[in-house]
Design a protein around this ligand. Sequence first.
Ligand SMILES: [Zn+2]
Ligand SMILES: [Zn+2]
Length: 154
Amino acid sequence: MSIDKSGQLWKGTVAGDLDEFLPAFAAGGYAVERVIHSACGECGGTVFALRVDDEQGYADRRCLRCSHSFLMLDSEDSAEDAEPGECACPCGGEAFELAVGYAMVDVASVDGSPAGREVKWVSVGARCVQDGALGVYTDWKIDYGPTNQLFGGA
Ligand SMILES: [Zn+2]
Ligand SMILES: [Zn+2]
């Protein structure tokens, strides 16, 4: 992998560059510990159109190979209020490889549930397949637990 940091935008040559980009971006100021790449649940495709609502904490992706749509992370909770907008790269491209960055915090034992690590912040990273530009298109706070199910929502 290689990331070109010389220009205005970080650019990556492969989807794996998001593994370095998301921790460096550190959305919300939290250290990203885990990065999970998106793959279509229907066809395994890895290039998507992305829609987000930055205020509601909502993101959905649509596979560009088979058109299967998927609500990312806990977007189902905010889908009713969300007014998602189509994401576009500064170059105009609207096809992305995606990965979710997970920031974790230690949580104390509550009501008998074990203490452990829970997701505190999620960020949706994208690499434009047209020019390789890397970006975080939305990110939001997670203020509940348990949060394990979020790892299946990339
Ligand atoms: Zn697909
Ligand atoms: Zn682009």
